[in-house]
Design a protein around this ligand. Structure first.
Ligand SMILES: Cc1cc2nc3c(=O)[nH]c(=O)nc-3n(C[C@H](O)[C@H](O)[C@H](O)COP(=O)(O)O)c2cc1C
Length: 488
């Protein structure tokens, strides 16, 4: 069953023993962040609700999605690939021949229309509306690391509209608070919010935005997910939770937000108002240096009477965002396969902060196919930011680093099988790239080489035991005095 809002999810977490309430007074200044990081590093630590935050009367929720177990609850699914399957199913829908078959399609079509967002006049988020003197001062916004340049909203969902297509978007971009009505918007250049801002900037226009803090889990997930361009993320959220999201209009900007959100900050981002954002202790494990970013101005606040402030903290992996990244990796595999059908599996190891490295296994049929897959993936959405791509054969388990290293060291020759591409887009946060947003890529073709690919030596046969001996040894295993062993 889907969750309509964040608090229903919190209740479910508590019932499942997955939530800890902390009633001791805690500070937004470094203390909460340090507690959250410790709990997150401790594999499978619970979600935490800080109920007594010094100086604020709003509780803070952290680590809400910090385990695969919780994410399965949050999205109500065992297999995250279902999400991608639902999206690819849309691309496969074709009108059948014959009246009867058309009738058979009707339930499917009505199911899909049920996933779309619906506008309503009001909702829990409109319980409190402040348009006269809205302020960020009442929100328990955290400072996370000692050398952070200030306090950051880290889990706000920024809602924008593409000025040309009107397609709505949601993206989680952090905001550094610099005054009661001002915060710096850290939408990186490759992201969709930054694209909408750029289009408006060329017309000398401000970008209207709403920042949603705390929403139903599917909406939060959709804001982080690299959804294909042109697909409304509210529709994606509906597809994820199999129920459309109810939306209400903001009061001071022309933007719609989830009616059941906890807190909504309304305002605009002005291209003429740049400020220096950072340093910020980031999910690479390093402080991202200060850079200029545009500024958000607050024009209104809508919120529930007793809102929950949803937050997260980042730092050297593996923290909460790594689990969300794992779900994205699984959810998007069907979409990767849609464009690269030879792909069998795909992994973005969390220690590589996701954009750092990806490993993909393929069913290879023709020479050079691994390179074709690399080029395809580097051309797909946010995968264009992946720095190192390793392609292996389908017999390699991409989630087992020993298996991957074995493939790289036995099936690739560095000179023949490595490609380097200079001056390519790279993740804004990449601490090693020579320039901001521009670096090189490395592709390692660790698939078995064929004659056509220039492998002149006799192809070496993999050394594996014969079936008869395997059966014999397995059947006599107890007799040898070793005790039980899994059969092979
Ligand atoms: C906790 C968290 C914080 C994030 N902070 C930022 C950020 O400050 N800037 C940014 O561009 N992306 C950030 N991201 C990644 C984006 O949310 C993600 O790339 C998303 O797909 C962007 O959506 P878009 O392509 O629709 O813009 C963050 C993700 C998470 C999970």
């Amino acid at each position: 069953m889907y969750f309509e809002n964040l608090r229903e999810y919190v209740e479910a977490l508590e019932k499942a023993g997955q939530l800890k309430r902390i009633r001791t007074q805690v500070s937004v200044d470094l203390e909460i962040a340090e507690i959250l990081r410790r709990v997150m590093y401790d594999n499978d630590g619970p979600a935490i609700l800080f109920e007594n935050v010094e100086g604020y009367d709003i509780p803070v929720l952290g680590n809400a999605f910090g385990s695969l177990r919780r994410l399965k609850m949050a999205l109500d699914m065992e297999n995250f690939e279902d999400i991608g399957e639902r999206v690819t199913e849309l691309t496969r829908l074709k009108m059948p021949h014959g009246l009867l078959n058309k009738f058979k399609m009707l339930p499917k079509l009505s199911e899909i229309s049920d996933y779309g967002p619906k506008s309503t006049g009001s909702g829990p988020v409109t319980e409190i509306i402040e348009m006269n003197n809205p302020t960020l001062d009442n929100l328990p916004i955290l400072k996370s690391f000692p050398n952070d340049s200030g306090r950051f909203i880290t889990f706000g969902i920024t809602v924008t509209k593409n000025p040309e297509t009107e397609v709505r978007n949601m993206g989680v971009y952090r905001l550094q608070v610099i005054g009661p009505k001002k915060a710096i918007m850290h939408w990186q250049i490759h992201k969709r919010g930054a694209l909408h801002f750029q289009i408006n900037k060329e017309k000398m226009q401000k970008t209207e935005v709403a920042i949603v803090i705390g929403a139903d889990p599917a909406t939060v997930f959709s804001a982080i997910a690299p959804v294909p361009e042109g697909l409304d993320k509210f529709l994606f959220a509906g597809l994820t939770r199999k129920k459309g999201v109810d939306l209400v209009k903001c009061k001071t900007v022309d933007v719609e937000v989830p009616a059941s959100a906890e807190i909504v900050l309304e305002g605009y981002v002005d291209p003429a108002e740049l400020n220096t954002e950072g340093p910020f202790g980031d999910h690479t494990g390093y402080y991202t240096p200060a850079e200029p970013y545009p500024t958000f101005t607050l024009t209104g606040i809508m919120m529930r009477k007793k809102p929950i402030y949803l937050t997260t903290v980042v730092g050297k992996p593996i923290l909460e965002d790594a689990y969300i990244g794992k779900v994205i990796e699984r959810a998007f595999l069907p979409l990767v396969r849609l464009f690269q059908p030879e792909v069998v599996d795909f992994s973005m190891p969390p220690a590589g902060w996701f954009q750092g490295m990806a490993i993909v296994s393929i069913k290879k049929r023709y020479p050079g196919q691994a390179k074709k897959v690399m080029m395809g993936l580097w051309g797909m959405g946010q995968l264009s930011l992946t720095k190192i791509l390793i392609v292996v054969d389908h017999d390699i388990n991409v989630h087992d680093m020993n298996d991957v290293i074995w493939a790289v060291t036995t099936r690739s020759d560095p000179k023949r099988d490595t490609i380097l591409i200079e001056n390519a887009p790279t993740d804004t946060l990449d601490p090693a790239s020579p320039l901001l947003n521009l670096g090189s890529k490395m592709g390692i073709d660790a698939t078995k080489k064929t004659r056509e690919e220039g492998y002149e030596r006799p192809i070496q046969e993999e050394a594996v035991p014969d079936e008869g001996t395997v059966r014999l040894v397995t059947s006599k295993w107890n007799e040898y005095g070793f005790g039980q062993q899994n059969t092979i």
